[in-house]
Design a protein around this ligand. Structure first.
Ligand SMILES: Nc1nc2c(ncn2[C@@H]2O[C@H](COP(=O)(O)OP(=O)(O)OP(=O)(O)O)[C@@H](O)[C@H]2O)c(=O)[nH]1
Ligand SMILES: [Mg+2]
Ligand SMILES: [Zn+2]
Length: 293
């Protein structure tokens, strides 16, 4: 058996990078029986079936350090959450959902706002204002003017990073700027509906010239928070943790309780109102989901 890492998965085949090269592998049937789906980023052991044609079988999957369902990827340590300031217009509810899922996995998060060249001076500032106040690093970039491409390189160097975000925001375009060895396919944004055309179809881990790895992933347009509990949600809004002297202490979910430090901070402008509203919306969604069972 040899060890390797799944760098791509297409139609039941897993492409495993090993010290002996790349192998096209099937997964053992046992994984399907156990409802385990191998993920891009998985550290695996494979047996070689045909050395000449580089074919093998995934025999074992190591325990994952981190795991995202959407985009499906394992063992990354950082997420660059990519949204465009325009074409397609940013959906902040979707951004907050992704942040929650990434916080749950304890990933380092950086928010990247693409197409800064299309800004008329207000959208960028507004979004940057909200998320910096929440405590996130926000980097505006442009693949047209090359604004801050070097800052993104700094974020990638030596790390294993996933690029995640809606279709058409420029994830693949940005990666092509970052490493000239990449020749990722990019697609137009539909003129009529201002949405991406889902050009990238599969998650793929790529080795960076500057060290580290980065995953380009397909865009997504919705996310549900299936595995997150009502009481747990507040932990993934990291800015709330600065305000912890609620009357009901850690039992406070910052909704209807009296003397809530978080609600007070929203009133004072120390927590962005948009983020708090987003929190309440997600809280209600989680409750409605629960009632269905
Ligand atoms: N004006 C402007 N357009 C950009 C920029 N970056 C990308 N684009 C355009 O946006 C479109 C979509 O780019 P892609 O890189 O394919 O987007 P993606 O996020 O990879 O999309 P999916 O693979 O579908 O998830 C292309 O037409 C790009 O030319 C930018 O910084 N400014
Ligand atoms: Mg793409
Ligand atoms: Zn509270």
């Amino acid at each position: 058996m040899i060890n390797g890492k799944i760098i791509k998965g297409i139609g039941g085949f897993y492409y495993v990078d090993t010290e002996n090269g790349l192998y096209e592998c099937r997964a053992r049937g046992i994984f399907r029986k156990d409802k385990i789906t191998p993920l891009v980023g998985d550290r695996v052991a494979i047996s070689v079936v045909d050395e000449e044609n580089k074919k093998g079988v995934v025999e074992e999957i190591n325990k994952r350090d981190t795991e995202l369902v959407r985009p499906p990827i394992a063992n990354v340590d950082k997420a660059l959450i990519v949204f465009a300031i325009k074409n397609p217009a940013p959906n902040l509810s979707l951004l907050d959902r992704f942040i929650v899922l990434a916080e749950k996995e304890n990933l380092e998060i950086v928010i990247v706002l693409t197409k800064a060249d299309l800004d008329d001076g207000s959208i960028l500032q507004e979004i940057q204002g909200i998320y910096e106040l929440s405590g996130y690093k926000v980097i505006p970039v442009s693949n047209k003017t090359k604004l801050n491409i070097d800052k993104i390189k700094d974020e990638l160097r030596g790390n294993v990073v996933v690029f995640a975000g809606p279709s058409g925001v420029g994830k693949s375009s940005l990666l092509n700027e970052i490493d000239k060895n990449f020749k990722l396919q990019t697609g137009e944004v539909s003129e009529k509906i201002k949405r991406g055309k889902h050009t990238t179809r599969h998650a793929e881990l790529l080795k960076l010239e500057c060290g580290g790895m980065v995953a380009d992933t397909p865009g997504f347009s919705s996310l549900t928070l299936d595995d997150i509990g009502e009481v747990e949600l507040k932990d993934y809004f990291i800015e709330f943790s600065d305000f912890n002297d609620c009357r009901f202490g850690s039992r406070c979910i910052h909704e209807k309780e009296p003397n809530c430090a978080v609600k007070e901070a929203v009133q004072n402008g120390d927590i962005p109102k948009k983020r708090y509203e987003s929190y309440i919306q997600l809280l209600n969604e989680i409750r409605q989901g629960r009632r269905r069972y």
